[in-house]
Design a protein around this ligand. Structure first.
Ligand code: ATP
Ligand code: MG
Length: 158
């Protein structure tokens, strides 16, 4: 369905705002103007839930999680950044593989199956988007993905 991603994203973040640990800060860097994309809302909610849960899970106490939205020519760029321990350069692409977990000991302690990002990748690609990760070890991680924008109909051009 055609969805204004701004209000939809606020709604998702609101839900995390209500359940988050007190010391975690959620910082929304979202534009005010509407941006429209085609979404399977249930699936996109799974994507964002997985990415944001990871950011929470791997955040230090008092950490800030930042949400960015940027409108590019044909697509929307969405990102979620945390200030956690990060992921080493060699492991950055592997985190999207099924059952892959970057740090065995730490992951065991924090729980999970290693499926979250593999599912997110599958679902983003089903929306004709791309997903990738950037990270600086010890500084934090950013997960980014794109979605095709619905272009405004232009009048008087045929
Ligand atoms: P699940 O999501 O199935 O509960 P999981 O969180 O371990 O388990 P993924 O979400 O697929 O699995 O993430 C894969 C691995 O990537 C994680 O085990 C973790 O090592 C690493 N990772 C993912 N997100 C982050 C992050 N924000 N900061 C640091 N490491 C991360
Ligand atoms: Mg996860």
């Amino acid at each position: 369905e055609r969805v204004n991603f701004i209000s939809y994203f606020h709604h998702i973040i609101d839900r995390f705002e209500m359940n988050k640990p007190e010391d975690i800060v959620l910082d929304r860097q979202l534009p005010k103007n509407d941006v429209f994309v085609w979404l399977d809302k249930d699936k996109m909610t799974q994507v964002l839930d997985n990415i944001i849960s990871n950011a929470m899970k791997y955040s230090p106490e008092g950490g800030t999680i930042t949400f960015h939205l940027k409108k590019e020519k044909q697509k929307l760029l969405i990102s979620v950044s945390d200030e956690g321990m990060g992921i080493s350069h060699e492991k950055l692409d592997k985190v999207f593989d099924r059952f892959y977990r970057a740090d065995k000991a730490r992951s065991r302690k924090l729980g999970g199956t290693g499926l979250g990002l593999a599912i997110a990748k599958e679902l983003v690609e089903a929306h004709e988007g791309k997903i990738w990760a950037k990270s600086k070890e010890g500084k934090g991680t950013t997960i980014l993905f794109t979605l095709p924008l619905i272009q405004k109909k232009r009048r008087g051009v045929s």
